[in-house]
Write a protein that binds this ligand. Structure first.
Ligand SMILES: *[C@@H]1O[C@H](CO)[C@@H](O)[C@H](O)[C@H]1NC(C)=O
Length: 198
């Protein structure tokens, strides 16, 4: 009997967890106030997304105004095992991760991304007039990334361990200059499920 009961209990516990978690099967997004941008699509597949693992991102956003310095305010709320808590801003190895303010996204990227320099700048960025020098100086353009492959690193082994699993409600507000001190440029809210690959 034991051999049947244990798998049954296991299956039940999975079912219960599943019901509690209400995992997203498609990324949900909404516009939370974008005077200078028109957001027409944001997607991330597969959903739930597994880490580590491959994923694809789709973004279609029309930038209507030039922007020199990009300030970002990120707010993350995480739900795991039915408990919803805001994620705070963590400083790990000198880099901010989580619900943080970034006064200049370009300088931040430079500090965490070794290849963010003119000699090794990604062609994807170059296509959008970003040459890996700061400030960004972005011109009005249609950001149109269609199923761009991403290799999600093992978040549990990194500074972003709080992102390793759970349901996330993430608000990303973009500003022309320092976040909240300057006029808002655009804002997107996304909701997604991240699972740890076993
Ligand atoms: C981000 O900046 C705003 C406005 O200055 C502030 O209210 C908020 O607490 C800051 N968030 C963090 C995580 O420092």
């Amino acid at each position: 009997m034991r051999s049947i009961i244990i798998p049954l209990a296991f299956a039940l516990s999975i079912l219960v967890c599943h019901i509690q978690a209400q995992d997203f099967t498609k990324l949900q997004w909404s516009d939370c106030g974008s005077p200078s941008a028109v957001i027409s699509n944001i997607d991330l597949t597969p959903m739930p997304v597994y880490n580590p693992g491959p994923a694809s991102i789709t973004i279609k956003i029309e930038l209507k105004k030039p922007v020199k310095t990009v300030g970002v305010n990120i707010n993350i709320i995480r739900t795991v095992s039915g408990i919803t808590l805001p994620v705070r801003c963590y400083i790990v190895n000198g880099a901010n991760v989580g619900s943080c303010n970034y006064t200049d996204l370009c300088t931040f990227l430079k500090s965490i991304w070794d290849d963010f320099k003119p000699e090794t700048c990604s062609p994807v960025l170059l296509d959008y007039g970003i040459d890996c020098t700061c400030p960004f100086n972005i011109s009005p353009i249609l950001l149109d990334l269609n199923n761009l492959p991403l290799d999600l690193p093992d978040a549990s082994q990194s500074a972003a361990s709080f992102m390793a699993s759970g349901n996330f409600d993430i608000k990303v507000a973009v500003f022309e200059g320092a976040p909240l001190a300057s006029p808002s440029y655009g804002c997107a809210r996304v909701q997604l499920t991240v699972k740890q690959k076993k």
